[in-house]
Write a protein that binds this ligand. Sequence first.
Ligand code: PR8
Length: 470
Amino acid sequence: MTDFSEWFHDILEEAEIIDMRYPIKGMHVWLPQGFKIRKHTLNILRDILDEDHEEVLFPLLIPEDELAKEAIHVKGFEDEVYWITHGGLTKLNKKLALRPTSETAMYPMFSLWVRSHSDLPMKFYQVVNTFRYETKHTRPLIRVREITTFTEAHTIHINKEDTENQVNRAVEIYKMFFDALGIPYVITTRPEWDKFPGADYTVAFDTLLNDGKTLQIGTVHNLGQTFARTFDITYETESGEHEYVYQTCYGLSDRVIASILGVHGDEKGLCIPPAVSPYQIVIVPIIFKKGGEEVLKFCKEIKEILKNKGDLRVHLDDRDIRAGKKFYEWEMRGVPIRIEVGPRDIKDNKIVIVHRNNLKKEIMDYYPESFIDDIQRILHDVNHEMSEKSWKFLNENIRPVASLEEAAEIITDKKGIISFNWCGEDSCGTDLEEKIRVDILGVQKDGLGEKKCINCEKPAKHVTLLARSY
Ligand code: PR8
């Protein structure tokens, strides 16, 4: 794929994922196909979060004084907030912000909800739209001004150790989620100058799109006690004293859908993981002049088996158009497997199965008793192969370097992710970013022994990653 942006734009249109003609920049319409992928994806996430979080729903609007309370936080978002100033013709006494994220909507309420140590921990999440007046170039699903699939979790704890554990738990949750979708990732702790406004530190997931640029697809923030102090969220200890709580928050967005499409797609179009594909199987009857009725009857039979007994999302494409046209269309839409049935196959008790991910054609004996298991196995294999392929691509595109020149050369030539040793000093990091004009993603691991920083040559502290990003 030569130009990812062009490919992505075209496929969103051709596969009818979203309609980008809505007349506000950075805001789009989810079309039925896109909405289904989004729905199945959210179902996976909800299932994971529901294990130990509770889903809530807060208002969209935040009063100006609440948003302004946490100084560092509001500074981070001041350029990006949309404001409501009027109700009809009446000017509002207090401006109302469209939430850019919901800390300042939720935390005044948390201050009312949290009473005793026995109330804690509390873990909530909501799936909402948020609004950010992005000044950087907007891109469908990747950098939007209305984030329609903002899944934000907020947790409250009694001590620092519990928040550290929750950060680790959130990282595990997101790993499980991205693994279910076959989306590969690198996990780093963001440098100080790139952390969430108001957080003690930020851990981020980045994936690699096939043009060699990374996309941040999820973040986990340890908020420490900053917001607890601002919003006066306290609990009563066993001995009757009042202490500030500790907090974390973590979030995902429409970028998850962008990465499902962008990571697995190829020149033929989309390739959707079975777990979230609107149709997991499409059946295409190959009908000649003779034997058409028999073929259709058989196709209907296997459709019913897969749908009713196998609980699979299956479509029988019996339109009166050329089979080749159908193949092209379902490949473009990314349906994981296609079953082809012709008159000779029925006679021989065989069906043809084509895997979308590698276009492998498999001729399978048809046994009604084991049919569902056979198809489930193939879906499982497709999923596994897609995940392996995308992880291989990511791992092959992480390159360790020993000098800044080498880093600059690789970033221009091959793109991808560069790994290097860094002292961890802010001034050295920003200097390095300026020198090679690429952003540091974050640090991966500590304890480098004798190694030296690639930029200032002081003792290195962390293995660090950098990449050109969306
Ligand atoms: C928080 N508060 O807000 P975060 N378009 C699409 N996706 C985006 C955009 C955008 N304009 N901006 C950010 N994202 C915390 C955590 C509640 C939840 C995505 O964190 O500002 C990015 O993938 O880091 C980001 O990782 C995620 O939203 C969370 O946003």
